[in-house]
Design a binder for this molecule. Structure first.
Ligand code: C2E
Ligand code: MG
Ligand code: MG
Length: 714
């Protein structure tokens, strides 16, 4: 037998290429698995070629490293065929590892086929030498080479399959796996070579015409390295591009999620906003319809939120809303929806079976909201009014439910706040009326529909008329005369009260000037100020301007503020009242007895007059609590040097009683109803005011004899 020898450099080069080829093969498997469609197909083709060239080059370099003591050469056609076999086996291997699953039988079949491919490539390559006599193979080593080829293919397939979808960390594992694969492929090759036996008289048919060894080796090394490097570089660039795209994709997805959250949630409290609420409401309705269930919509509006905002600023107001939101969330079940509609309005969709369940949810919410808050060092308290609409009828729509709950909430407010109220059909009509009125009110001033009526005020002892209180009325084109209680709160809500208030003061001043010119020089006219108007920064300037405009003695103007308005922010009220008092304007504390004035505070107020709330006067009788309260108020007023006015005097008994208790002046329907200024003058000039009182109570003539001062020039 001829004894062959190995060129160690070429052996090393073959091992290097085997390693590089294995790594490329594993990398390509990853590329093919990660991509889809057309590009996956291209990766498969490119990968198969690169991998095939890698395996084949290793094998062929191994052949070139081997030399016999006879001239040698290789048949180009058979050599090329062995290359094709390598590429085809690689293609098969790549295709296999890119499938979604690699079961054991599948792996076995794959290993067998690929092993057969590798063996075919190797022994076809050997045949390219065209030796005569033919190469003999030692059966055991030949078999071993086949087993190694199959086992190596199986291992390669398994490794490649499990490493195909890898992150950046996989690079090192892949390198390790490439070493294992390289050893297996080289093992097969060199075992196959060891199995080959060349008889002593062997000659190589291709020694002259075939490809010569030296140049061929160099060419193959350069070619294989070039192909594999290019394949690797392209693969790496692609991988980087992919990971960059992935980062971009994930940040886009993140931004998208964030945008979606912002679009559906309230920025401050992070609760669902109106859009999401409406969507959930639709779902609830669908669900209720399908399962023949019911649920409830609770509409919450905070009482006193504005005051917190005014007193401590918007930052504290925001903190309050956030805390209220958290409390509502904590008081409801996870599957209930809690949303903020804006401002201080919240809506809860509660999964309730019976109205009593909804009532207990509302009670819980009211209780949790009214607990005191400490926000940025300020202690404050708010309550909430809750309107409840129950979904029960199939045809009920989302908007209708919300509207109903809203209307019920307004009723809860009207009931005195900090309570809940169930929706009733009559409420919707009220709400509709209110809406129309709100619309009309915006035009009322411009269309000159507002008027002042005047209710006379009398000295309790002498019966002299001391002046009148200006009371606003709205002459609505279709609804007739609307009392202030029906539109002043609306005007306050939409901020129109400041303009209306300016008009009232101006009109009252104009009227005073007119009456003065007519000779009623002693009369004072009282104008009511709403809380919003009282806290408006332009108030003092506005009063001063009007007094100057009509050239009035400030003493003939009385400004009435209710006790609760004065108490809202005592220090600020005190400052404003002091300036007005300094100007000479008289101050009257209206509806006295309904608030929580402290005596100490009352003493500091520069007020000249207390008006006892007509609620006390209404129930007046000798033994009543109200009599005791009025006595106390009068005693208090006296000690503070205040004039005491009783309003709402409707009967002679009340008039007598109040006069005896020591009230300084009286006002009421008995003595004179609010009336237009002309009518007041006409009545006064006819001396009819007290006559009316006598007519209405014929059995008990008033103790006082009316002495209406008839103006001197009339
Ligand atoms: P107020 O200042 O306490 O006015 C007295 C209210 O009692 C008036 O109601 C008057 O018509 C009514 N009244 C007077 N005597 C009697 C009586 O003997 N029996 C009964 N039952 N009622 C009597 P009105 O005009 O409806 O005004 C209600 C409230 O509206 C006023 O209470 C006042 O707080 C407010 N208001 C009236 N005009 C204005 C205004 O120009 N600006 C502001 N901000 N508020 C006003
Ligand atoms: Mg008043
Ligand atoms: Mg009053």
């Amino acid at each position: 037998m001829l004894v062959g020898s190995y060129n160690i450099w070429l052996v090393l080069a073959s091992l290097l290429i085997a390693m590089l080829g294995s790594y490329t093969a594993l990398d390509m498997a990853g590329r093919v698995a990660e991509t889809q469609g057309q590009s996956a197909r291209w990766w498969l083709v490119g990968g198969s070629v690169a991998m095939g060239i890698g395996i084949w080059s290793m094998h062929f370099l191994g052949m070139l490293a081997f030399s016999l003591p006879v001239p040698m050469g290789y048949d180009p056609a058979i050599t090329f065929l062995s290359l094709l076999i390598a590429v085809a086996s690689s293609a098969f291997a790549l295709w296999m590892v890119c499938q979604s699953a690699l079961s054991r039988p599948r792996l076995c079949v794959g290993a067998l086929l690929m092993g057969a491919g590798v063996c075919s490539m190797h022994y076809t390559g050997m045949a390219a030498m065209r030796m005569t006599p033919g190469i003999r193979y030692i059966p055991s080593l030949f078999l071993l080479s086949v087993v190694i080829a199959i086992a190596a293919s199986g291992a390669a397939l398994w490794i490649a399959f499990h490493l195909r979808l890898g992150s950046s960390k996989v690079t090192f594992v892949r390198a390790g796996a490439a070493v294992v694969m390289c050893i297996a492929i080289a093992g097969m090759h060199y075992t196959g070579m060891a199995a080959a036996q060349f008889p002593l008289n062997s000659t190589c048919k291709m020694a002259k015409t075939g490809l010569s060894t030296g140049w061929l080796a160099l060419l193959i090394i350069i070619f294989a390295l070039a192909v594999l490097s290019i394949a690797l570089i392209i693969s790496m660039l692609d991988s980087r591009l992919k990971s960059r795209t992935a980062v971009l994709k994930s940040s886009l997805a993140h931004a998208h999620d964030e945008l979606q959250f912002l679009a559906l949630h309230d920025g401050l409290t992070k609760l669902p906003n109106r859009i999401l609420l409406e969507d959930r409401l639709d779902q609830e309705i669908e669900n209720a319809k399908r399962n023949k269930k019911s649920f409830s919509v609770l509409f919450l509006d905070l009482d006193g939120f504005k005051q917190v905002n005014d007193a401590f600023g918007h930052e504290v107001g925001d903190l309050l809303l956030v805390e209220v939101a958290q409390r509502i969330r904590a008081a409801t079940r996870a599957r209930d929806t809690v949303a903020r509609l804006g401002g201080d309005e919240f809506v809860v969709l509660a999964d309730t079976e019976e109205p009593t369940d909804a009532a207990s949810v509302a009670t819980k919410l009211i209780a949790t909201v009214q607990q005191p808050y400490v926000l940025a060092g300020h202690e404050c308290q708010v309550t909430t009014s809750v309107g409840i609409a129950i979904y029960s009828r199939d045809e009920m729509r989302r908007q209708q439910l919300l509207k109903n709950a809203d209307a019920a909430m307004y009723h809860a407010k009207a009931l005195g706040r900090n309570t809940y109220c169930f929706f009733d059909v009559s409420m919707n009509e009220d709400a509709q009326k209110k809406l129309e009125m709100l619309h009309d009110l915006r035009w009322a001033l411009e269309r000159r529909e507002l008027v002042l009526h005047y209710q006379p005020k009398f000295d309790a002892r002498t019966g002299n008329m001391l002046g009148a209180e200006a009371l606003i009325r709205w002459k609505h084109p279709t609804r007739g005369l609307i009392p202030p209680g029906d539109f002043i709160p609306l005007a306050e809500k939409i901020g129109l009260i400041v303009l209306i208030g300016e008009w009232t003061v101006q009109e009252a001043c104009r009227q005073i000037a007119e009456w003065r010119a007519a000779g009623y020089c002693e009369w004072t006219v009282a104008v009511n100020l709403s809380a919003v108007q009282f806290n408006h920064p332009g108030l003092i300037e506005m009063v001063r301007d009007n007094l100057e405009r009509y050239d009035l003695d400030p003493g003939c103007l009385v400004l009435e503020i209710t006790e609760s308005t004065a108490m809202r922010d005592p220090d600020a009220s005190l400052a404003i009242l002091r300036i007005l008092h300094h100007m000479g304007v008289r101050i009257s504390i209206d509806d006295f007895g309904t608030g929580y004035s402290s005596l100490l505070y009352l003493k500091r107020l520069p007020a000249g007059e207390l008006k006892i709330d007509r609620g006390f006067v209404r129930e007046l009788s000798h033994e009543s609590d109200d009599a005791a309260i009025i006595s106390a108020i009068i005693a208090l007023g006296r000690s503070l040097n205040l004039e005491i006015v009783a309003e709402g005097v409707e009967t002679v008994a009340q008039q007598e009683f109040l006069t005896n208790l020591g009230c300084n002046s009286l006002q009421g329907f008995l003595l004179g109803k609010p009336m237009p200024p002309d009518e007041l003058i006409a009545t006064v000039s006819r001396g009819q005011i007290f006559e009316k009182a006598q007519e209405s109570q014929p059995s008990r003539p008033p103790r006082l004899v009316a002495q209406i001062p008839v103006p001197y020039h009339l």
